[in-house]
Structures are given as C-alpha cells and as structure tokens.
Design a binder for this molecule. Structure first.
Ligand SMILES: Cc1cc2nc3c(=O)[nH]c(=O)nc-3n(C[C@H](O)[C@H](O)[C@H](O)COP(=O)(O)O)c2cc1C
Length: 314
C-alpha cells in the first residue's frame, strides 16, 4: 500500500499507518517503544469521560504519553455533557486529536449505551459528536459496521460523523456480534469511503503487509489501523513502509526487552513482570515448542527474572 502523510482537519498526521487502541495492551510503555517503528498515529486505551470527571486516578493514568504528535486520546461515554467536559478538560489539554469510541463490543459498556451501542442510536451519536466538536478540538470517531451480522451502518454513520464535524473516521469492518473474528466487511468500508470526504481508515484482520494491501485495494481507504497484528509483530509498520527492519526472532526479542524495561521504569519491577505476561504468547509466536518456556515466564514475578528468561528462550 502507498504510505503517505494525511490530515485530520488541520491536524497533520505523519503517515497513514495507525496503531489501534487496545485496552490492556497499548499502554504508555507499549506505545513508547512501538511509535518509533513507523507508526503514524496511535491511540490511548479507551478512557471513560465520566471517570475523568469524577477524578478516577486510573482513568488519568491511561492518558499518559510523551508524544502528542503521534498519539490521540480515545474517550467513551454516552452523555454529551461529560463527553464535552472531558474533551475540554486539563487531562486532554495537550492532545491534538480526540477520538470517540463508538465501536466497543464489551457487554458492560454496551449495556450503558456506550461503545457499539451508538451503532443503533445514530441520533445520540450525532449529538455527542457535535457537542465535542464545539470544543474546537479535532474530533475523530471509531466505529464498527453494525451490531448484528448482515448490518451495514458504516456509510450512514460516516456521513453523520462528517456532517457533525468529525475530521476522520476509523471503521473496524466487523459487526459487534463478530467481536474480533471473521473476514472484515470490505464492501461496507468501501461504501463509507465513497460517501464522505474526510479520511477513512480501515481496520480489521491486518496481520501482514499483504493484508494491508488487500484492505486498501478493496476499500479505497486512506489508511489502515492495525491492532492484534501489531502485538504479534511490532515491526509490521516498518515492513509496510518498506524499511529494512523485519520482525525475526532477534528483533522481536530486542523489542520485547525494550518494552519490558520501559514498563519496569513506569510501574516497577513486579508490576512490569505481571503486565508483560499478556504479551508472552505474541512474542513467542514464531518459537517452536514454546509451551513450557512460556509457562515459566508466566510465573516470573520480577522484570529481572523475565528478562533473564527472554534472553534464554528467544
Ligand atoms: C484486547 C483488545 C482491546 C481493545 N481495546 C480497544 C479500545 O480500547 N478501543 C477501541 O476502539 N478498540 C479496541 N479494540 C479493538 C481494536 O482497536 C480493533 O478495532 C480490533 O481489534 C480489530 O483490529 P484487528 O483485527 O487488527 O485486531 C480492542 C481489541 C482488542 C483485541
């Protein structure tokens, strides 16, 4: 695919390869180490607008970054007042782009009328986008293609978002019911792309450069967003850019150690070892017969021990 700079309204984005928000994964430590590897824009994990309003320390921690050029804050909520308050709050002051999550499928969120619940309440979605846009900040939206198999609300939603003042839309080409499996609905993204002038970023099922090419060929989207594929291979962005770094075992190991050390610097040795457990399966993807090795790493309770095991087994 062609890698190029783009603009979200007046806000420049250095390239059209986006790292997806992933709660529990794309935290400050992970983003810090992956951003230099060719990512154009990353997103914080989804953060509750109401949680920020009521001063939740954990919510604030999710918004930590030292790269406001390449990081957008992602917030969620169903109340226009809290959403606008969050956008205008001190917490988001340095962020140039604020993304509204309208695609999260998690039951706890959907039951509250948040995340993908908006896909069946386009009126409220419009009110929220308009209210956030009044802040004068660059507002973007991330959606899915619908709630149930067979749904396709992407084009209608994209038109609404553009009309309401959003400056970019990301479409995860799956319905809520599909969660994270199945082929993305390329046609739904294509129809949305053809309905608006704002940039459309396509997301879903991109694990290789060829997947990214296919996504762009089939949808005509302005860029791609990569989620799980970036954890499995953090070098996917530089590979798509045609740079020489590739995700072989050695480079994955170096990356994993950098990531672990960053996490330890932020959260301390023990917490880092625990946080790191989530990534082990991904980092050992190309290691044969790794079950026992991974099990040993899962028991590590210090960053030092984890690093020793990474050096031994990767
Ligand atoms: C563990 C996990 C956490 C996620 N958290 C978020 C989130 O906080 N905000 C969001 O918009 N999407 C979230 N997503 C969805 C991804 O951003 C992405 O849309 C989805 O995984 C499809 O992309 P993929 O096929 O490349 O993984 C999450 C996905 C996963 C697997």
């Amino acid at each position: 695919m062609k890698v190029h700079a783009l603009k979200s309204g007046d806000t420049p984005i250095c390239n059209n390869l986006f790292l997806a928000p992933m709660a529990g994964f794309t935290d400050y430590a992970f983003r810090s180490v992956i951003l230099p590897l060719g990512v154009g824009l990353s997103f914080t994990e989804l953060t509750s607008a109401k949680g920020l309003y009521y001063g939740g320390k954990n919510n604030y921690a999710l918004l930590r970054t030292d790269d406001y050029e390449k990081t957008a804050a992602q917030i969620f909520g169903n109340d226009p007042y809290f959403m606008r308050w969050a956008v205008e709050s001190e917490y988001l002051k340095n962020y140039k782009i604020i993304d509204i999550n309208m695609g999260c499928p998690v039951p706890k969120i959907v039951k509250n009328g948040e995340g993908s619940a908006f896909l069946s309440d386009i009126k409220l979605a419009e009110t929220i986008v308009k209210e956030c846009v009044k802040s004068g900040k660059t507002i973007t939206v991330k959606i899915r293609t619908g709630i149930k198999y067979g749904d396709d609300v992407a084009a209608e939603f994209a038109k609404m978002a553009e009309g309401a003042g959003a400056k970019l839309i990301t479409i995860h080409g799956r319905v809520r019911e599909a969660y994270y499996s199945g082929e993305p609905d390329y046609n739904a993204i294509l129809r949305a792309k053809n309905s608006v002038k704002i940039p459309v970023i396509a997301n879903g099922g991109i694990f290789t450069e060829a997947d990214a090419d296919l996504m762009i060929d089939k949808t005509g989207a302005d860029g791609v967003m990569i989620a799980r594929g970036a954890i499995a291979n953090p070098f996917i962005f530089s590979e798509i850019k045609g740079e020489k770094i590739t995700g072989d075992v050695q480079t994955i190991k170096d990356f994993a150690i950098k990531h672990l050390r960053k996490e330890a610097g932020i959260s301390g040795s023990q917490r880092a070892a625990v946080e790191f457990r989530k990534f082990i399966t991904y980092y050992f993807k190309s290691v044969e017969n790794s079950k026992a090795k991974r099990a040993e790493l899962m028991l590590s309770d210090s960053a030092e021990k984890t690093e020793e095991l990474l050096n031994k087994y990767l």
